[in-house]
Design a protein around this ligand. Structure first.
Ligand SMILES: Nc1nc2c(c(=O)[nH]1)N[C@H]1C(S)=C(S)[C@@H](COP(=O)(O)O)O[C@H]1N2
Ligand SMILES: [Mo]
Length: 387
């Protein structure tokens, strides 16, 4: 079998990161591969992950993750309407609707309000196995949303805050038996409670550099612990309103349909895509010829973890080691490792599951059987290898 991932592929991301001049790099659990180590191919996995399926899309190959922070030119990326043209020099963020003082703020105006750094990772709500390539992690810099909303003075009637990107597209909007073709702007909403909490940040930098066009230059919303869709890129306007926002990407496209057994009766519910569901996945398995090193990633909404466990074939669940340099960041992705001391020749399965302090256990695919739409798939990803 050909070895698809070379040591150079794994080292490449590390070098790019070193170029950022980030000081105090943590002791990574996902270090550069040692000279003597090789990455085992995963059966049921594309031989070569197409990391750039289109100029404006990027998928990470999890087997090449080698540091806590994803370099800006490797951060996964996707959007619905392509990249809008935004002139940074004349850019302003508008704050409109139910506020005492409507605002129009340049990037400089925003910077003058202060700044805050936060390590946060997120995944696209469509991220799932076998590749698990739509997640990344970074150190973000920006201003708390609350600071900007307080400056505008939010009126008591404002219940919903809509975040519009500069990107637009034509959409078919269905209503009863009719279909209307209309222009839509990418928009997502937060409730008053969330918008005025200390969590959301308007960010302009990723790993210390200005946001790239791909990541929403010059400004995006970051809702720590929530799925990617909430992190509106090329943010152009924040609109405070009383009624619920029902735009396509809020009310229709990003929905989960699932069945729940309640008192012996199946109830079908549709829910919005908000906080991330507890997920772990094995990023790569490498070997020095004797032992097998399992390295993986955990993402969730910031709820502290109790454990990550690894299971080989039908054996017992065994505790993996969580990397303290990543678990100290509430909203960052976390790394874990586990060593298998020996494996017999033949095929094996290796799978991980995360457990949080509330006792929530990452489900199996079978346990998610009643989730009909594919978003929010946090099921255990079984890796198959051959010795
Ligand atoms: N303006 C705008 N913001 C957007 C989107 C979009 O289409 N337009 N897509 C969202 C989705 S679905 C995801 S997963 C993330 C991806 O962010 P990234 O490209 O920085 O990884 O951006 C979100 N923000
Ligand atoms: Mo997404």
């Amino acid at each position: 079998m050909t070895q698809q991932i070379t040591r150079r592929d794994v080292v490449r991301t590390g070098l790019a990161l070193a170029g950022l001049g980030i000081v105090g790099l943590p002791e990574w659990v996902l270090p550069a591969l040692a000279q003597s180590e090789t990455v085992l191919p995963f059966l049921d996995f594309p031989e070569r992950v197409i990391t750039n399926p289109a100029p404006d899309r990027r998928i990470i190959d999890p087997r090449t993750i080698n540091g806590a922070f994803t370099p800006k030119d490797q951060f996964f990326t996707t959007q619905h309407y392509g990249h809008p043209k935004v002139d940074v020099a004349t850019y302003t963020l508008r704050v409109s609707g139910l506020v005492d003082r409507p605002l129009s703020l340049s990037l400089d105006d925003l910077r003058k309000l202060g700044s805050r750094e936060l390590v946060a990772g997120f995944e696209c709500s469509g991220n799932r196995g076998p590749v698990q390539g739509l997640s990344s992690n970074a150190r973000w810099t920006g201003i708390p949303l609350k600071t900007v909303l307080d400056k505008a003075g939010v009126k008591p009637e404002a219940r919903e805050f809509v975040f519009f990107g500069a990107d637009r597209g034509e959409e078919d909007v269905e209503w009863r038996t009719q279909t209307f073709k209309v222009q839509q702007q990418f928009g997502r909403a937060l409730t008053r409670e969330k918008a005025l909490s200390s969590d959301p940040i308007l960010v302009w930098a990723l790993n210390g550099d200005p946001l790239t066009v791909h990541q929403g230059m010059p400004l995006r919303l970051l809702m720590p612990g929530w799925y990617g869709v909430n992190n509106v890129k090329w943010l152009s306007e924040i609109h405070a309103q009383e009624e619920a926002y029902l735009g396509k990407f809020q009310a229709r496209w990003y929905r989960t349909l699932k069945g729940e057994m309640i008192d012996g009766e199946m109830k079908w519910v549709e829910t919005a895509i908000t906080h991330m569901q507890l997920k772990s996945y094995i990023a790569r398995i490498s070997t020095d010829g004797t032992r097998y090193k399992v390295l993986g990633v955990v993402l969730n909404d910031g709820t502290p973890l109790k454990a990550v466990e690894v299971r080989v074939d039908e054996g017992p669940w065994q505790p993996a080691t969580l990397d303290a340099s990543t678990t100290k960041e509430k909203y960052g992705w976390k790394f874990f490792n586990y060593t298998i001391s020996s494996l017999s020749p033949g095929e094996h399965t290796v799978v991980s599951r995360a457990i949080d302090v509330t006792g929530k256990i990452q489900p199996t695919a079978q346990e998610l059987e009643n989730k009909k739409s594919f978003l929010e798939d946090n099921s255990q990803t079984v890796r198959k290898i051959k010795i």
